[in-house]
Design a protein around this ligand. Structure first.
Ligand SMILES: *Cc1c(COP(=O)(O)O)cnc(C)c1O
Length: 361
């Protein structure tokens, strides 16, 4: 396990609740009815760490993992020697021997990949609308092997009313009919909540606490908590600006707490709080300081964020105090919204600079 700098040497504190990760996996499995619940742990398990995530989920009974890259699959294999590991990005040219040596399975999505793979357990990716990877249904012909898994990927599963879902499910059902007895998989996190019968589900985001049902209450437990320390507290007079390019102006005598996390830690610069955004009503970042939400003041810089703590009582915030950037009522999806992005990007940007603590493993 990677031991980054320990507090107080580190500026940011990242706490990952492996107990919540496992609880989310169990809850999604229960929601998926009789389907096997796999775990998508690509991109370093969405930033939380591929080894700790694979180990915790493997111990809880997860038997199948999906990653994007062969390098990620090798790490899962080392952590979970008996697991089934699929590589979503397919078979890079010339890597068949490595796949076989490590007992890994490519997700094959083109005639070239199928020809190069030859035989052996692999998934077949059928493209029913995403148009990125996978064979079109009409191009699925006789194969040199029997797929271990037939899969497709939904374009807009988090929008249950989107007619694309129905179209993809129907197109996939026709391909499934051509492969009787082969397990089929189409649901990501949000897809599980569409209640489409399948043999295996592939949640990622929801495992890590992201809301798979946007616009409705989040059924998942939070996994990631991000905190920073207050480096100093200072006053800004009316008309003074805070941060690069003077983009935030104090409209009242203000107190500013400067905290020790910035975009170099993966906190999005797009959460900056500027006069222009305030005027336009565009949301910007917030932190929880001394139990209360406080807005950012000015640009998020590389290593620092300034927080407007004027609304807090005198002395409520001091040098060295911890401030919450993700956690409590400031959940991942809201943080993403305030930065104009999605929680997936927030998670996968979590930097290596944090002091990481794994809890509940
Ligand atoms: C990333 C990915 C998933 C997981 O999606 P989430 O929305 O994170 O649950 C499932 N299937 C495929 C093919 C993916 O690329």
């Amino acid at each position: 396990m990677i031991e980054a700098a320990r507090p107080p040497e580190a500026g940011g504190l990242l706490t990952i609740d492996l107990g919540a990760l496992v609880a989310n996996w169990r809850a999604l499995g229960a929601r998926a009815g009789g389907a096997e619940c796999a775990a998508v742990i690509k991109a370093d398990a969405y930033g939380v760490g591929i080894e700790p995530a694979a180990t915790a989920l493997g111990r809880a009974g997860c038997r199948t993992f999906f990653v994007a890259l062969l390098s990620e699959a090798a790490r899962v294999r080392a952590a979970c020697p008996a697991a089934t590991v699929y590589v979503l990005n397919g078979l890079p040219p010339g890597t068949g021997a490595t796949f076989r040596d490590l007992g890994l399975r490519p997700v094959l999505g083109s005639a070239e990949e199928i020809a190069e793979w030859g035989e052996g357990p692999a998934a077949l990716h059928v493209d029913t609308g995403m148009n990125r990877l996978g064979l079109r249904p009409e191009d699925v012909g006789p194969l040199p092997f029997r797929p271990a898994l037939l899969m497709t990927h939904l374009v807009a599963a988090e929008e249950p009313e989107n007619p694309l879902n129905r179209r993809q499910i129907e197109a996939f059902a026709r391909v499934r009919d051509a492969f009787p007895g082969v397990p089929a998989s189409l649901a990501n996190s949000s897809g599980i909540f569409l209640d489409v019968p399948a043999d295996l589900v592939r949640p990622g985001y929801a495992l890590y606490g992201g809301n798979p049902t946007p616009g409705r209450p989040n059924p998942m437990r939070p996994v990631v908590r991000v905190e920073a320390r207050v480096i100093q507290v200072r006053e800004a007079a009316v008309g003074e600006t805070v941060g690069y390019n003077g983009q935030w102006t104090a409209g009242r005598p203000s107190r500013i707490a400067t905290i020790s996390v910035g975009y170099a830690d993966g906190y999005p610069r797009s959460a900056s709080a500027t006069d222009g955004k305030a005027l336009a009503g565009t949301p910007s970042g917030e932190a929880i300081v001394a139990g209360r939400r406080c807005p950012f003041a000015g640009r998020v810089s590389m290593d620092l964020i300034a927080v407007d703590v004027t609304s807090l009582p005198d002395g409520a915030v001091r040098r060295g105090d911890r401030v919450t950037l993700i956690g409590d009522e400031l959940d991942l999806d809201e943080v993403a919204r305030r930065a104009g992005t999605i929680g997936y990007e927030i998670l996968t940007s979590l930097g290596r600079r944090y002091a990481r603590t794994y809890a509940g493993g």
